[in-house]
Ligand binder design. Structure first.
Ligand code: NAD
Length: 284
């Protein structure tokens, strides 16, 4: 049996994952702003430090897996763009960077980060805001997103989930992660009926948008179904899964973007291997 850390363990999908893991006999260290083993506010650097330290001292230097589910939705509000970026992006990557040695100590650890199908279904998210986050400058990202006015929270949400997915893909294939035996992947849910979505549905204008949004199979997803996917991504069956973003969204991404996949690979990236100038050495 393993030791897993789950952020966002007090509600919705994080809670469902924690319950599944505990039912399977694993030890779960829950992290949340409320009702958790480690209570910490991931929207602040101090809160993130508390979460990092408390988990490291509880897990005894070894983590078999981590699930990063704590997150805010795209609900509008004055400081929401900043909070969304702090929790959804920095509240994932700063924790994972600090926990990486403990994950490496387990040798076959698995990490699942919660992305969203908003990454591919919100149009015109500014690339500059995504790049600012990846450069570590959350305040610059907020300044860029401010021009969207009431839609800034929604844009911040999409941008934070693209940035965190890119961070996952960039790092998953490196010596520090793949080379340390850690499988780093993301899951991109569509509309899942959790307290986060219920809050959005309680606002008539947001509810109207959500109900009119194309979901080919209809309805909403269920937190338990998503937890099953996450538990699978934490299992030995996922040993060959590395840097993937798995969409579980009732078909919305495919509906809008069937022909956008696959994006073509620039020849300059493959050419050195084809012409044998370079030989790729795997990390195993
Ligand atoms: P939820 O609101 O039910 O759970 C999110 C949890 O994160 C809560 O327990 C909350 O307390 C915690 N949290 C929020 N801010 C925090 C902070 N500052 N510090 C620590 N913990 C904090 O939401 P959910 O629907 O289960 O969402 C889980 C993840 O999935 C989120 O990252 C969300 O963005 C993502 N997501 C949700 C949906 C959806 O439709 N529900 C769709 C796509 C992606």
């Amino acid at each position: 049996m393993g030791t897993y850390v789950v952020t966002g363990s007090a509600s919705g999908m994080g809670r469902a994952v924690a319950e599944r893991l505990r039912a399977d006999g694993h030890t779960v260290i829950g992290v949340d702003i409320q009702a958790a083993d480690v209570v910490a506010d991931l929207s602040t650097p101090a809160g993130r430090r508390t979460a990092v330290d408390a988990v490291l001292s509880t897990c005894g230097g070894r983590l078999d897996g981590a699930v990063l589910a704590a997150g805010l939705g795209p609900t509008p509000g004055k400081d929401q763009p900043s909070r969304i970026i702090q929790v959804n992006f920095f509240g994932v990557i700063e924790l994972l960077q600090a926990w990486r040695p403990a994950l490496a100590a387990a040798e076959r650890a698995k990490v699942v980060v919660f992305s969203s199908n908003s990454t591919t279904t919100i149009p015109a998210i500014p690339g500059r805001a995504i790049r600012a986050m990846l450069d570590g400058d959350g305040e610059k990202a907020v300044r860029i997103l401010r021009i969207f006015g009431r839609a800034a929270a929604s844009m911040a949400y999409g941008a934070s989930k693209i940035a965190v997915s890119r961070w996952v893909r960039r790092n998953a294939v490196t010596r520090d992660w793949a080379g340390a035996g850690i499988r780093l992947n993301a899951i991109a849910p569509g509309a899942i009926l959790t307290p986060l979505l219920e809050k959005q549905l309680s606002t008539p204008a947001e509810a109207k948008t959500i109900h009119s949004f194309p979901v080919p199979i209809g309805g909403f997803g269920d937190a338990g179904q998503l937890a099953d996917w996450v538990v699978f991504m934490l299992s030995d069956a996922a040993d060959f899964l590395c840097g993937s973003v798995l969409f579980v969204d009732g078909g919305s991404d495919a509906y809008f973007r069937a022909d956008d996949w696959p994006g073509s690979l620039p020849a300059r990236r493959l050419a050195p291997y084809l012409w044998k100038f370079k030989r790729f050495k795997s990390f195993s």
